[in-house]
Design a protein. Structure first.
Length: 414
C-alpha cells in the first residue's frame, strides 16, 4: 500500500521576536556598534602600543649612538684620535680649537642619529599601516559577512524562490534581528503566495468539471441529425463559448503554476522547442496564408521543456493570429550569444503604438481594437510567457516593428 509522503519540514522560526520589549539594560547587548567600537578601538590601542614601543627602542638606540664619546686618548701627553671626528686627531691644537671641534663633531653625530631615527620611524609606521589595513579589512569582512549572506538570500528570493531562509547564527545583534525579520517576512510571503496559487488551482479545477460536462452535452446534442437548424447553430455557438472558457481556465491554471521558480531543471534545446511550436501552428498559418520562416540554431538551457514550449507556442500563435490578411510572415529564430539563449519571434501585422506594448503583457489586455468578442485568444498568452520566462531566470521584451507587427525577444540564461 502506497504511503503518503511526509510534508517538507517547516523553516525554523526566528529567535528574535519584533514585538518583544527590550531588557532593563539594552546598552549591554552585543550590538554592532559596541562590537565595532571595541574592535577598532582595540586595534587602535594595539597599534599605538606597538608604535610607541618601536619608537622607544629606536630612540634609545639613537641616544646611545648620539652620546658616544667621539674621541679616544691614546697617550699620556693628551694625544687623541677619533674615527668620527678627523679634526680632533691633531696634537698641536689649542684648548679652544679642541673644544670647538668636539662640539661640532657631537652636533654632527646627533644630527645623524636623529635622521636615522626619523627614517626608521617612518619605515615602522609604514609597516604598521600595512598590517593595520590588512587586519582591518579582514575583520570588517568578518563582521559584515552576515550582510553578504542576507544579500545572497534576497537575490535568490527575487527569482521567486520563497523557500529560502537566512537562518543566521551568531550574537543577538542588529544583523541577527534583520535576518530574523527577513525570515519572518518570507514566511508571510510564502504563505500568501501559496494560498493564492492554491486558490487559483482549486478554482480552475472546480471550473473545469462543469465545463467538461457542458461540452459533452453540447457535442451529444450536435451529433443528433434530427435537431433543428436553429438548435444546431445555438449549440455551435455555445460550444465555442464553452471552449473559450476552458482555454481561460487552463490559462489561469498554467499562470498560477508558472509563477514559482523552476526547481527541477533539465537540459532543453530552445531550437527544438521552437520547432515543435512552429509545427503545431503551421496548419493555422497555412490557412491564413502566413509564411513561417527562420533558422533555429542550437541553444541549450536548463529548465522545464513543457513550459518553455508554451512560451514559444504562445508567441508563434500570437504572431500568426495578429497578422496582415495577405502576404504576411512570421520569423522564428534561436541562437546563443553572450552566455544567453535568445528566442526571437518577429511578424508582420498592424502597427502597434509604443505606449501599448507594455500593456500586452497584462492579463486580459489586448490592443484597443481587440478588447472583447475576439476569437484569437483569452488574453493570457503573453502573461503566461512572461511568468514562465521569469520562473526560468530570464526575461521577455516586445518592440514595435517598423512597418507593423512586433519583435518578441526572450532571453534565458544558459
Amino acid at each position: 500500500m502506497a504511503t503518503t509522503p511526509a510534508p517538507p519540514p517547516a523553516p525554523p522560526k526566528p529567535t528574535w521576536d519584533p514585538g518583544q520589549p527590550e531588557g532593563p539594560f539594552p546598552w549591554l547587548r552585543p550590538t554592532i556598534r559596541i562590537r565595532l567600537t571595541l574592535l577598532y578601538g582595540g586595534m587602535f590601542l594595539i597599534a599605538g602600543i606597538l608604535l610607541l614601543s618601536i619608537i622607544y627602542l629606536l630612540a634609545a638606540q639613537a641616544l646611545r649612538e648620539g652620546n658616544a664619546m667621539p674621541y679616544e686618548i691614546v697617550s699620556g701627553n693628551a694625544q687623541v684620535t677619533s674615527t668620527t671626528c678627523p679634526g680632533v686627531a691633531t696634537i698641536n691644537q689649542s684648548p679652544s680649537q679642541f673644544n670647538a671641534a668636539i662640539s661640532q663633531c657631537m652636533a654632527e653625530q646627533r644630527r645623524h642619529s636623529l635622521d636615522d631615527l626619523l627614517s626608521r620611524s617612518l619605515m615602522a609606521l609604514l609597516g604598521l599601516s600595512i598590517i593595520a589595513f590588512a587586519f582591518g579589512y579582514a575583520m570588517a569582512g568578518r563582521v559584515l559577512s552576515p550582510l553578504g549572506r542576507i544579500t545572497r538570500t534576497a537575490r535568490r528570493v527575487v527569482g521567486s524562490d520563497l523557500t529560502r531562509r537566512i537562518e543566521l547564527d551568531g550574537p543577538d545583534d542588529e544583523l541577527k534581528e534583520l535576518a530574523d525579520t527577513f525570515d519572518e517576512m518570507l514566511d508571510r510571503l510564502e504563505r500568501a503566495f501559496t494560498a493564492q496559487q492554491r486558490f487559483v488551482a482549486n478554482a480552475s479545477h472546480e471550473l473545469r468539471t462543469p465545463l467538461a460536462i457542458n461540452r459533452t452535452l453540447l457535442e451529444v446534442h450536435l451529433s443528433d441529425p434530427g435537431a433543428p437548424v436553429e438548435l444546431q447553430q445555438l449549440g455551435k455557438t455555445l460550444l465555442a463559448t464553452n471552449e473559450r472558457s476552458e482555454q481561460l481556465v487552463e490559462g489561469l491554471l498554467l499562470l498560477a503554476r508558472s509563477e514559482n521558480q523552476i526547481v527541477e531543471r533539465k537540459p532543453v534545446d530552445l531550437a527544438e522547442v521552437a520547432s515543435r511550436a512552429v509545427d503545431q501552428v503551421r496548419g493555422e498559418a497555412e490557412a491564413k496564408g502566413v509564411e513561417i520562416r527562420g533558422e533555429r540554431a542550437l541553444a541549450v538551457v536548463q529548465g522545464n521543456g513543457v513550459l518553455l514550449e508554451r512560451i514559444a507556442l504562445n508567441l508563434v500563435q500570437n504572431a500568426v493570429r495578429y497578422n496582415v490578411p495577405e502576404g504576411g510572415w512570421v520569423e522564428v529564430t534561436t541562437e546563443a550569444q553572450h552566455g544567453q539563449a535568445v528566442l526571437l519571434v518577429s511578424n508582420t501585422g498592424p502597427v502597434v503604438p509604443a505606449y501599448e506594448v507594455d500593456n500586452l503583457f497584462e492579463p486580459f489586455r489586448r490592443l484597443r481594437t481587440e478588447r472583447t468578442g475576439s476569437d484569437k485568444g483569452v488574453g493570457l498568452g503573453l502573461s503566461i510567457a512572461r511568468s514562465v520566462a521569469r520562473a526560468h531566470g530570464g526575461r521577455i521584451q516586445a518592440m514595435p516593428r517598423e512597418g507593423g507587427g512586433l519583435v518578441m525577444r526572450v532571453t534565458l540564461p544558459l
